[in-house]
Design a protein around this ligand. Sequence first.
Ligand SMILES: O=C(O)CCC(=O)C(=O)O
Ligand SMILES: [Fe+2]
Length: 322
Amino acid sequence: MGSLTQEQVKQFRREGYVLAEGLLDPAQDLDPVYHEYARVLGDLAKLLYDKGEISSTYDNLPFSQRLIQIIKDSGKVHAQYFDFTLHGASVTDETAFWVGPEVFHLLRNARLLDAAESLIGPEIYSNPVQHIRLKPPEKYTPKDAEGRLQLGKTPPHQDNGVITPDADQTEMLTVWFPLWDATVENGCLMVWPNSKEDGLLDHCPGYDGLQIPAKMVHGQPKSMPMKRGDVLFMHRLTMHASHANLSDHVRWSFDLRYNPIGQPTGRGAFPGFVARSRAHPETELHDPAEWARLWHETRYRLARTEVAPAFNRWSADSPVCA
Ligand SMILES: O=C(O)CCC(=O)C(=O)O
Ligand SMILES: [Fe+2]
């Protein structure tokens, strides 16, 4: 079963990625989550305005411009506010995140799962390594105390690098798609075809995330401009990065992950769930409120944990990082 063509499956197995053009129906599959996030953005505007951190709620602006104004006015990108995951190191009871029903419906989207089934089989677990990325234009992105962009381009890495070693054999599948067209100018992804053949490379912690040291990055990357509705599937060992957002609008994407049920997720402190099981359909999670509850319970637990979970096995002072 599964919805990808044999040719697409072959390309994924050979080169470590495949682009499925028009897999999603933008109106059916993407608009609901867009509308949900428009409300989240409104909530953020009100919250910041009430705290005196912005001078207007920018009600009349369309999403992208409204977010840019809020970012400029408050001096912060607010990535965690929109994300449907947590960052182990700094969780408190107040840490904001968004685990709304339309996000859950996206995680269970039948078109995504049909395609995932072609690549990892019919027993599909929603792996909790997942993000929404709302990347503002670099020219409007506030800097941190060291003068670096708070949120910029993604450096070269393999997703296997951002999970714990117990999951190195897990067939984790990365599923990346834009909410709006992604272009080279606004910061689309680039992939290094066949890079999975090199196995897991060393990664070094940097301010913008784990990255493969430049001296180990060879071969020509392929830029992946994508239309709304297109979906990119990547093998966990496929090296990828993003271009910088040099446009004047927000680059908006989701990246989700799935693995065969029963394999470790590589972020055991976070909750996943059975998205599809042909063998045991009764184990599938269908309730968005239960999914949200799992994440709230996780936040509660992490806020009380002294040693935050680390998902990274490399240290900045190891010789390869010098
Ligand atoms: O969207 C990006 O810029 C990076 C995405 C990424 O690294 C991923 O989806 O694994
Ligand atoms: Fe990645």
